[in-house]
Design a protein around this ligand. Structure first.
Ligand SMILES: N[C@@H](CCC(=O)N[C@@H](CS)C(=O)NCC(=O)O)C(=O)O
Length: 117
């Protein structure tokens, strides 16, 4: 009772770190998101409009999602969603994505990643 080794903890683990690393390594565009987050909706809408085949993990509805969220926070220092990766590079949240889109840099990043024709 009350053990600090409780299995219900949502702290990052070796397994969750490996899982997040694989997700980022194996996919060109990854969005850690919450379905309840309007910034995440805006991010997904922009990517969809561009025809990008992104991978999204909704940490508020996925089993073990809180652990994933805490792991991404630990890895990046960013405490909010969306937390976006393009070609293994963390680019920030929705504000950063929209800003990159306004300058045209986003399309270049997506092209280099092989995610945009
Ligand atoms: N400037 C950020 C704002 C993102 C933001 O505030 N996201 C909220 C959810 S809508 C969040 O992650 N809050 C902390 C939490 O849910 O734990 C962006 O553009 O991505």
């Amino acid at each position: 009772m009350g053990s600090s080794l409780s299995t219900s903890s949502s702290m990052p683990t070796a397994e969750s770190r490996a899982k997040v690393q694989h997700l980022i390594q194996d996919n060109k565009v990854v969005v850690f998101a919450k379905v309840s987050c309007p910034y995440c909706v805006a991010t997904k809408a922009l990517l969809k409009r561009k025809g990008i085949d992104y991978t999204s993990i909704n940490v508020d509805t996925t089993s073990g999602g809180t652990t994933i969220f805490n792991t991404v926070k630990e890895m990046t220092g960013q405490r909010t969603v969306p937390n976006i990766f393009i070609a293994q590079q963390q680019i920030g949240g929705n504000s950063e994505l929209q800003a990159l889109n306004r300058t045209g840099d986003l399309d270049e990043m997506l092209r280099k990643a092989g995610a945009l024709a």
